[in-house]
Design a protein around this ligand. Structure first.
Ligand SMILES: C[S@@+](CC[C@H](N)C(=O)[O-])C[C@H]1O[C@@H](n2cnc3c(N)ncnc32)[C@H](O)[C@@H]1O
Length: 362
């Protein structure tokens, strides 16, 4: 505490800031820190610029090849001055780049976004989050949490409402699921398993991916009846020789089907508050034989190198959504112990910003 007090006094001192900015050894650090702080101050304008680049069709147009200002005006439906303003803001964020003073191409961040349908779907979806965050203090104080746009989106998306919302919901889940499934495939030896039950499996994207990579696996999906019906239609539409077994039910109240040696819980636990989350783990544990394994796959708080994504991004996102919270691997492991699991282990993933993984043994 004493050290932190001293450090913060030094960092807050105008004299030290002036000294660090002039000192050749400290200057690079001072600049980096000032830039990082400015990013916190200005982050909302960056996100909105990114949203405009995606929503206006500019990113898609530049993915197809270099464009002149006139062509960009046509695609974005902005006049020359507005298109210029957007291009300059986007160039400052490395989303686009100007060549020879008249051509526009993708910048490094723009190029990395191309082909990443999951990230693009999230950027579009964020219009709801940012509208809900207009008054963050009211949101944090729980003055408007029942009526947030995100709460409505997830409620209706989960099958209770309009088709177009449900369609956006499942598309968002399915697209972002591919990167998540790839992380699981990269770090877990599915070849050691004979059967896999995906609890809360949604439209089955995770199972499809894992099942394709490991055809020896007997796969099954458990979800609410309406969602299972949608998943069955989606699988029937595809020409897949091996269909999963479908189980419809409520994972809090109904018993989880028995006889699987691996159960996955992908992006489920963080959607639920502590009491129901523990109830779900206990319910799953009751269905498992000794030695069977549970795989928890979701973004986690305090993941090294992705700290901001955990408690800052998901912390606010899930709060605005109306239930759940991001948990650290050690918090989840403590819950697993309380639910009766014999042991659990956090597995290192390649991209903790996409997901972390814990394997627990019953
Ligand atoms: C956030 S989605 C995750 C879907 C999928 N695992 C993925 O990662 O794309 C949550 C899933 O849990 C299902 N779900 C929510 N409450 C449920 C309940 N009480 N019983 C069974 N499934 C439930 C939803 O229908 C939805 O498919």
């Amino acid at each position: 505490m004493r050290f932190l007090g001293w450090r913060n006094c030094v960092l807050a001192s105008r004299g030290f800031q002036r000294f660090a900015a002039r000192n050749p050894v400290l200057r690079p650090i001072a600049r980096r820190r000032a830039a990082a702080l400015f990013d916190l101050v200005a982050g909302f304008t960056y996100s909105q610029t990114l949203f405009a680049v995606v929503e206006s069709g500019l990113l898609e147009r530049l993915e197809a090849g270099p464009a002149l200002l006139g062509q960009i005006e046509t695609v974005t439906k902005l006049d020359a001055a507005a298109a210029q303003r957007l291009l300059r803001a986007a160039a400052a964020l490395d989303l686009v780049e100007e060549v020879e003073g008249r051509w526009w191409v993708l910048g490094r961040h723009g190029a990395a976004l191309c082909g990443n349908d999951g990230a693009i779907a999230m950027i579009r979806h964020h219009r709801l989050l940012y509208a809900d965050l207009v008054d963050p203090l009211a949101l944090l104080a729980d003055e408007c949490r029942d009526s947030t746009r995100l709460a409505r989106f997830w409620k209706y998306g989960a099958g209770e409402g309009a088709d177009e919302v449900a369609a956006e919901y499942s598309q968002l889940m399915a697209i972002s699921q591919q990167a998540v499934a790839d992380e699981a495939l990269a770090v877990f030896p599915f070849s050691d398993c004979g059967s896999l039950l995906d609890v809360g499996g949604g439209n089955g994207t995770f199972l499809r991916r894992i099942g394709k990579a490991h055809p020896q696996l007997r796969v099954a999906l458990f979800d609410l009846p309406d969602v299972v019906a949608l998943a069955q239609t989606a699988f029937a539409r595809e020409d897949t020789s091996k269909l999963p077994t479908f189980h419809a039910g409520n994972f809090f109240d109904d018993s989880i089907p028995r006889g699987y040696d691996l159960i996955s819980l992908v992006r489920i636990l963080h959607d639920h508050d502590d009491v129901p989350a523990l109830r779900l783990l206990e319910n799953i544990h009751r269905s498992m034989t000794s030695g069977a394994r549970l795989m928890i796959v979701e973004p986690m708080a305090k993941a090294r190198g992705a700290e901001a994504m955990g408690d800052a991004y998901f912390g606010l996102y899930l709060w605005a959504m109306g239930s759940g919270r991001p948990r650290s691997a050690s918090e989840i492991q403590a819950m697993l112990g309380a639910a009766g699991f014999r042991s659990s282990q956090a597995v290192q993933t390649h991209q903790p910003i996409v997901t972390s993984i814990i394997i627990a043994t019953a």
